[in-house]
Design a protein around this ligand. Structure first.
Ligand SMILES: [Zn+2]
Length: 294
């Protein structure tokens, strides 16, 4: 039974959609109210937002492993903020809130994506419910083999959580379509939890199509770590589309195509995500999976 739920925005300071949804709902709390649980809101990284940045010193959404939260030697802006948020919503391991929805956006062409970091029938049914009402929604399972303690995402303070990840939208930009999709997906998650709490989950499709994260790959780099190329135009914007072995995925600045050298076909997400400017990540690779709602 979920009794207390938190909706978090602004975990990344330049992802405006979640921040402005929180402002909207502050004035219209009835939109996120459901009768079987309490909903609160949290603006996670004010300081980064004030500087119009993803983060000030460290990516806040990588600061929430149980080990890091209890490590007193970690004192950057975000490491301290993570401990404050953990006090407010958690603490991880024995949290005050039962469920967290963390709102994110991406510059990649991922559409409305439900990111799940835990396995189980509850999540499979949630995914099926969201997809039933929002057929364009994608479902992506991100390291769902890990325990909550191991996960470094803010949302994993709570025992149960999801991230809403919608794109494409530029950093520090509001787009009407992305704003609407984020709001719709959040509403469907709240609706599902309400139905689940009341033991009224409706008949759902037996299975739901999803993707599971395999690994991230980097852009081609020179020996001294400079970018030697970029994402190939045939892969740009093709999130959740098939990438076949031997298919060009990068092009170097001297015009050579670099092909995908994996053994089996995969799918891409976070393709050419702008936020990965500092780590040269080119995309995530995913496999297609089927989740069972029974
Ligand atoms: Zn984000």
């Amino acid at each position: 039974m979920i009794k207390k739920l938190a909706i978090v925005g602004g975990t990344h300071g330049n992802e405006f959609t979640g921040i402005y949804l929180l402002k909207k709902w502050k004035n219209t709390p009835e939109l996120i109210a459901r009768s079987s649980f309490e909903t609160e809101m949290l603006f996670a990284n004010h300081e980064a937002h004030a500087q119009n940045k993803r983060y000030v010193e460290h990516d806040l959404n990588r600061c929430f492993s149980a080990a890091d939260l209890t490590n007193d030697s970690l004192t950057s802006v975000e490491q301290r903020r993570a401990k404050e948020i953990n006090q407010q919503l958690g603490p991880k391991g024995n949290p005050r809130v039962d469920f967290i929805i963390d709102l994110h956006t991406t510059t990649s062409n991922m559409g409305p994506t439900l990111l799940i970091t835990k396995k189980g029938k509850f999540y499979n049914q949630l995914a099926a419910y969201v997809k039933l009402h929002m057929p364009d929604a994608m479902v992506s399972c991100d390291e769902d083999h890990k325990t909550n303690e191991e996960h470094h995402f803010l949302s994993t303070i709570a025992q149960d959580s999801v991230m809403v990840e919608v794109g494409p939208v530029g950093q520090s930009v509001l787009r009407h379509d992305v704003f609407e999709q984020s709001e719709q997906m959040t509403g469907l998650i709240l609706d599902f939890i309400e139905l689940h709490n009341r033991d009224q989950v409706p008949e759902l499709p037996e299975t739901v199509e999803a993707y599971r994260y395999i690994e991230s790959i980097k852009l081609p780099l020179t020996a001294d770590g400079e970018r030697a190329g970029m994402v190939h135009k045939d892969v740009q914007n093709q999130d959740f589309k098939l990438i076949e072995p031997g298919q060009p995925i990068f092009v170097t600045f001297d015009g050579k195509e670099v092909c995908y050298d994996g053994e089996k076909a995969v799918y891409g997400s976070f393709i050419n995500e702008a936020a990965y400017y500092d780590n040269n990540l080119a995309m995530s690779l995913l496999e297609k999976i089927t989740l069972s709602t029974r």
